[in-house]
Design a protein around this ligand. Sequence first.
Ligand SMILES: Cc1cc2nc3c(=O)[nH]c(=O)nc-3n(C[C@H](O)[C@H](O)[C@H](O)COP(=O)(O)O)c2cc1C
Length: 238
Amino acid sequence: MRHRQTRTTRGTLSRRSLVHAALAVGAAAVAGIGTSGCGASRTEPSPLATGRGTPMPETTERPGERRILLAYYSRTGENYYYGGRRILEVGNTEVLAGMIRQLIGCDVYEIEAADPYPYSYDATVDRNVREQNDSARPDIANPLRSISDYDTVLVGSPIWNNRVPMIMSTFVESLDFGGKTLYPFVTYAVSGLGSTERDYAASAPSATIGEGLAVRGEEVQSAQSQAEQWLRRLRLRS
Ligand SMILES: Cc1cc2nc3c(=O)[nH]c(=O)nc-3n(C[C@H](O)[C@H](O)[C@H](O)COP(=O)(O)O)c2cc1C
């Protein structure tokens, strides 16, 4: 069952709003998120290439700039909530991605599963266990062709069974991270970063894996200052 839909509720980041945010100055109404552009200090952001024949974007490079891409996967539907369950209209990681984007401005790319994960929490747990056991690489519906326009990539996801979902390995392994710095960020229930840094180091051996950020999913709405401090430590925000 496909449950992700384009959303325009305040506080959310719809896929289309994210993908087009780089171009859509004035789309700030979506999600209450600034659309002043992407890239830490870039005012003419590049659109995102999302594969499937999409041409690569024109970029406006300026010497000395850090060119930043935020890529994330997040799932809506029934999820874990303080030992119980709650329906998430917007995934926790997507909320965090929106905060980060608002704090630094950056191009944003949402990873979508070609075979979307179930609405049901338990069914998602079951599928994820199978995928982990099989070392699966689930297909991405909207693969990115290249990250050559970027030198810094923030990669966000939930923690599933103590690691990043296998689709994150699909994503990282499909791209050339040589010379790039990958900063992971996750939302979780109990595990913190789990094995995230090791997962990405294995999938992208040519990348420099930087400090990660772990935010508890249930508390993501109040994670702004945590995200801000992290970005300051990374020198992505002054
Ligand atoms: C399949 C599945 C497995 C999970 N496994 C873990 C886990 O091992 N450790 C943990 O801390 N949280 C785990 N969680 C909770 C999620 O990491 C947490 O709710 C996260 O904020 C969800 O992010 P999302 O809404 O962006 O998908 C799991 C959730 C799901 C759906």
